[in-house]
Design a protein around this ligand. Structure first.
Ligand code: GSH
Length: 222
């Protein structure tokens, strides 16, 4: 039996969604974020890093969203949700599977962290300095980078129906989390990035996405 170690409001929502798309049986072990938003220490008993998602299946533990999605489609997909090996679509599939966590999420996480720095506890005399540094990093480095990525994604989504080609694949599931995060955190408005927002509308309308929300509980990208 596949067990999803599911942290609320987290990337493990993608794993539930994939499992619903593949209509596979699975069980959920739930973990609640602590007041500091970190996962509880009990998750470290499953994997030493204590991050979510992590799954256990058939005596093995698999961590990292991309590795989990690939493991599940390879082992149980029976050809669904991934392009054939050796095709152009497979190369694009592989690219987006890595890009989501390797290139885009680090920028969005940095934006979250730098946005919170000036609000953290500190002597009041230091706060304007912290705010100055945070604003500078955001305006000089992060925002221009994010704008470049969003423009790139907007253009890419104009090339085919889904990220890897004409078929919906696990790469679209993998890309969903940074795009959800962008829509709440990155300031990408619908008028400027209509294709990104249409992508989000289309995934939200999928019955498997809805079922995953019901199973996983209310979901908010933090
Ligand atoms: N690149 C990893 C990131 C895992 C990760 O950072 N997960 C977050 C949830 S979205 C987490 O576990 N946060 C709680 C913590 O760091 O304690 C993946 O895609 O699986």
């Amino acid at each position: 039996m596949i067990t999803v170690h599911h942290l609320n409001n987290s990337r493990s929502q993608r794993v539930l969604w994939l499992l619903e798309e593949l209509e596979l049986p699975y069980e959920i072990v739930r973990y609640e974020r602590q007041p500091d938003m970190l996962a509880p220490p009990s998750l470290r008993a499953v994997h030493p890093l204590g991050k979510s998602p992590v799954i256990t299946d058939d005596g093995r533990t698999v961590a990292e969203s991309g590795a989990i999605l690939e493991y599940l489609v390879e082992r149980y997909g029976m050809g669904r949700l991934r392009p054939e090996r050796g095709t152009e679509e497979r190369l694009r599939f592989s690219y987006w599977m890595h890009y989501a966590e390797g290139s885009l999420m680090p920028l969005l996480v940095m934006k979250l962290v730098f946005g919170q720095i000036p609000r953290g506890p500190m002597p009041f005399i230091v706060r304007p300095v912290a705010r100055g540094i945070s604003d500078k990093v955001q305006s000089v480095f992060l925002q221009p980078q994010l704008v470049r990525h969003f423009a790139y994604l907007e253009a890419e989504l104009g090339k085919s129906s889904w990220f890897a080609g004409e078929a919906f694949t696990a790469a679209d599931i993998q890309m969903s989390f940074p795009l959800e995060a962008m829509s709440v955190r990155g300031g990408g408005d619908r008028a400027k990035y209509p294709r990104i927002h249409t992508f989000l509308d289309r995934i939200h309308a999928r019955p498997a996405y809805q079922r995953a929300l019901t199973k996983g509980g209310p979901f908010e990208v933090l």
